[in-house]
Design a protein around this ligand. Structure first.
Ligand code: SAH
Length: 376
């Protein structure tokens, strides 16, 4: 037996029950513990007051509530956007972002520390691959967000009004969306990612609805194929970013392995099988993929074999240090969107949150945390 603490959030209720029994405790303690972890999102064993003190001591010695250690939380947008930086045992770091809107709250979570996919416009890619997160460590970020969300009604500042949040009544009590759009490529850590969804979905636990999860991929075709046969109705988003193989391969090395035609075949098969709408993300970079010709190519690629339920999210590039790329200007963005709309493709420009705290898409770089972790 190793001395590594048992990561409790990795375990479903039957596995937790086995573990609790192996520690010589009655099985019903597992249910109590599971309730504390998933229903109450309790942060520390000391706060689990319905558990006997001796059992809490044992837990402190032998177990942990995920291996992530919260290093800091940064606030932006009047307190409506919060980025948490977590350290893993080896001091790698990951980040999660909570975004609150009137009646809606989304958490964007990481599935890996660093990322192996190498997209040239993304800050996380510069870290390279560091490590996969376990199911519990992925889920932990969602529990963090739920706890953080509960603090918001008493913790707003006046800038929140700019985002149409005027008072506590506008802040939902529960998270409404979980998006796997933080650091890492979920389909490159498929089994752990998928298990994190199971952990969060469990009706006896956090009970988060399948339809409120969205997974985003660079376009790993085997992952898309796996997901289309999955009975759980998880939403799919594809980071497309270019409709031309040459441009896309330059931006996203994965395109050499799974070029646009193969990716689109998989997506069409996915929608035919699941009847679910697919979102496409398209980051707009000045002079790279934002011209009229590129908008035409995009519409052609999406409509090539007939229309299917789809939506395009246009994301003006968020600044990333030393990338040498700039975002498209407002007119270019509007023109691009209008062109798609005229071709019958629903498209929206995504309103960006968290740019002031380096929490927007593609800005999760882990730099700040590295410094902090090194000091500890
Ligand atoms: N690896 C997955 C999950 C990351 S999601 C994927 O690629 O889909 C993060 C989203 O932000 C992706 O669509 C990604 O392409 C996009 N993104 C990355 N860098 C960005 C930047 N600098 N500005 C805007 N969006 C960016």
């Amino acid at each position: 037996m190793s001395d590594t603490p048992v990561n409790l959030l990795d375990l479903n209720l039957p596995a937790l029950t086995d573990q609790v029994k192996a520690w010589g405790q009655p099985a019903f303690r597992a249910k109590q513990l599971y309730r504390q972890l998933w229903l109450k999102q309790t942060e520390s064993f000391d706060d689990m007051s319905d558990l006997p003190a001796a059992f809490r001591e044992l837990l402190k010695e032998k177990a942990c509530i995920s291996t992530l250690r919260e290093l800091l939380v940064r606030r932006g947008d009047g307190g409506l956007t919060r980025k948490s930086v977590f350290a893993l045992p080896g001091n790698e770091t990951v980040e999660a972002v909570l975004m609150v809107y009137p009646g809606r709250a989304t958490v964007c979570v990481s599935s890996q520390a660093g990322c192996p996919m190498g997209c040239t416009f993304c800050a996380t890619a510069k870290l390279g691959f560091r490590q996969d997160l376990s199911p519990g460590d992925i889920a932990h970020q969602v529990l963090w967000a739920q706890r953080e969300l509960q603090k918001i009604p008493t913790d707003l500042d006046s800038k929140a009004h700019r985002h149409k949040v005027f008072g506590p009544e506008d802040v939902p009590a529960r998270l409404t969306n979980v998006v796997f759009m933080g650091m890492g490529e979920p389909f490159n850590n498929y089994d752990n990612w998928r298990e994190s969804v199971n952990r969060l979905h469990d009706p006896d636990g956090f009970n988060f609805g399948a339809r409120n999860f969205t997974v985003s991929t660079v376009g790993l075709v085997p992952g898309i194929i796996k997901l289309m046969d999955d009975p759980m109705q998880i939403n799919l988003a594809i980071s497309l970013h270019a409709a031309d193989d040459e441009i896309r391969s330059e931006m996203m090395p994965v395109n050499r392995r799974y070029p646009i035609a193969d990716l689109m075949d998989a997506v069409r098969e996915y929608t035919a099988k699941t009847h679910r709408r697919v979102s496409f993300e398209y980051v707009l970079i000045e002079g790279k993929n934002d011209t009229k010709a590129e908008a035409e190519k995009l519409a052609d690629v999406l409509m090539e074999k007939g229309k299917f339920p789809m939506h395009v999210n246009l994301i003006p590039l968020n600044p990333v240090a030393d990338s040498g790329m700039t975002r498209s200007n407002r007119d270019q963005v509007t023109g691009f969107r209008n062109y798609l709309e005229n071709r019958g493709i629903p498209a929206t420009v995504r309103i960006q949150r968290g740019q002031d705290i380096d929490a927007a898409c593609g800005q999760l770089a882990g730099d700040l945390a590295k410094e902090l972790a090194a000091q500890k």
